[in-house]
Design a protein around this ligand. Structure first.
Ligand SMILES: [Zn+2]
Length: 449
């Protein structure tokens, strides 16, 4: 039996296998971070998918341990690269366990982004030239920072980009501050609006309440966080522009792009994606984590990097948009660390929990925390009058998802507080989980040939 890297058949261009082979062989032969991996490469004559599957998984810890030289191609000189500004060091935001310093090559990043646009026809239509782009994100992720949010517009412009938000703490946004954002969107008239969905949802709720009108960009690109169904509802109340989710990470570049039909297509020219399914009882084999290997980065070699996210592979690997190459996903399921468990101990992904909670009527914002094996807290932002009905709905919906013996506590709060990274984590668990136990052991797949 031939080795199957996915639970479904996926078609790739021939160049995908060539790129995979060049990357793996170069990494094993001459990149120091992979010294200990060589023993796992049994035969260069072996099928390339099988050779990848035989390799360990690269973690954020590995990146930190071997920084800065460990994953550098041998012909590269860090000092020269930094001096010529070909590269710079970029630190990702997040808690200590999440933070990684990366060697950043802007040229490669831009090329990876441009390649991803062709996976969505609305995106490729506005990809020519240098379209004006407004960005609504935490300045801890991108842009310019000022605690008071008082940077004038000209100091938040860079090339064709306008950074709408300079405040690290989005709880401090005042009506006047949000009026400034609306005025700037109306005068700058961005072709694309790139947004963190939590922040755009907040701005949209204000736009609705204040009955203001806002310029409609040709495209809204969602990134930085998994978009909640609730966020999309708020965005849809204000914008009729196409809304598309783009998935990638600082380390890997652009990995998946949502097409106009709503499925996610792999950016096959710039990355390889290996897959480790969850065990059947936890939602596998179509749901699992992705391990990303990066193509065409001239500076660093990244092989089977665990980005920490779960995806749902499309069962039929077909999409009404007609795109056929690369892995097709029906959904991004969210961060592995945001897994919650039913009272019987089965995995509920971030997307599944969000879909259920977002269906509650009259909810403005929420934060959901699993506090014990059978106990859950749901914090809600809503009007006082809608709170009793929200509580009633939450009990029904969450017991259906987590088990009839789930104990759900619903509390009203004024606002959801973002993480130190400036991003929001609206679904989380206080259980100490060893996530590895939820996954099929990839090594057991290696025996199938
Ligand atoms: Zn499609």
């Amino acid at each position: 039996m031939k080795f199957k890297p996915y639970p479904v058949s996926v078609s790739f261009p021939e160049s995908y296998y060539t790129e995979s082979q060049i990357l793996l062989e170069t990494a094993l032969a001459s990149v120091p971070g992979y010294n200990s991996w060589r023993k796992d490469d049994t035969s260069p004559m072996q099928n390339i998918d099988l050779r990848f599957a035989a390799m360990p998984i690269l973690t954020k810890d590995d990146l930190r341990t071997h920084f800065p030289e460990g994953f550098l191609y041998p012909c590269r000189n860090l000092e020269a690269g930094l001096a010529s500004k070909d590269i710079e060091y970029v630190k990702t935001s997040g808690t200590t366990g999440e933070q990684v310093t990366n060697i950043w090559n802007q040229k490669w990043w831009n090329q990876s982004e441009v390649a991803s646009w062709k996976l969505n026809s609305n995106a490729s239509e506005v990809a020519t030239g240098a379209p004006r782009e407004a960005i609504l994100a935490s300045p801890l992720s991108v842009g310019f920072k000022s605690e008071l949010g008082d940077l004038p517009m000209e100091k938040r412009l860079l090339d064709r980009f306008l950074f709408l938000n300079d405040m690290t703490d989005s709880l401090k946004w005042t009506d006047t501050y949000m009026d400034r954002m609306i005025d700037e969107i109306n005068s700058f008239r961005p072709v694309r609006l790139e947004a963190n969905p939590s922040l755009l949802s907040k701005l949209c709720r204000y736009i609705v309440k204040s009955r203001r009108s806002v310029f409609q960009p040709s495209l809204i690109v969602i990134t930085y966080e998994l978009m909640s169904c609730l966020h999309l509802k708020h965005i849809r109340a204000v914008f009729n522009s196409p809304v598309v989710s783009s998935y990638g990470t600082t380390e890997t570049g652009y990995v998946f792009m949502e097409c106009e039909a709503g499925k996610f297509h792999q950016n096959v020219d710039f990355c390889r994606v290996d897959f480790q399914p969850l065990k059947k009882e936890h939602g596998g084999p179509l749901i699992g984590r992705i391990l990303v290997s990066v193509f065409k980065n001239p500076w660093t070699a990244l092989v089977r990097f665990n980005v920490g996210d779960l995806v749902h592979i499309d069962e039929n690997q077909s999409c009404s948009c007609g795109r056929k190459e690369g892995l097709i996903l029906s959904a991004i399921e969210g961060r592995t660390i945001n897994i919650t468990l039913t009272t019987a101990g089965f995995v509920i992904t971030q997307r599944m929990a969000d879909e259920a909670i977002s269906s509650i009527d009259d909810l403005e914002e929420y934060k959901f925390v699993q506090t014990g094996t059978k106990t859950f807290d749901l914090f809600v932002v809503c009007t006082a009058t809608s709170f009793p009905y929200i509580t009633q709905q939450a009990q029904t919906i969450l017991k259906k998802l987590y088990g009839e013996d789930a104990m759900i506590t619903v509390r009203k709060i004024d606002a959801v507080v973002p993480e130190v990274s400036g991003k929001y984590r609206i679904i989380s668990s206080e259980l100490e989980l060893d996530e590895e136990i939820f996954f099929e052991n990839i090594n057991s797949q290696k025996t199938i040939q």
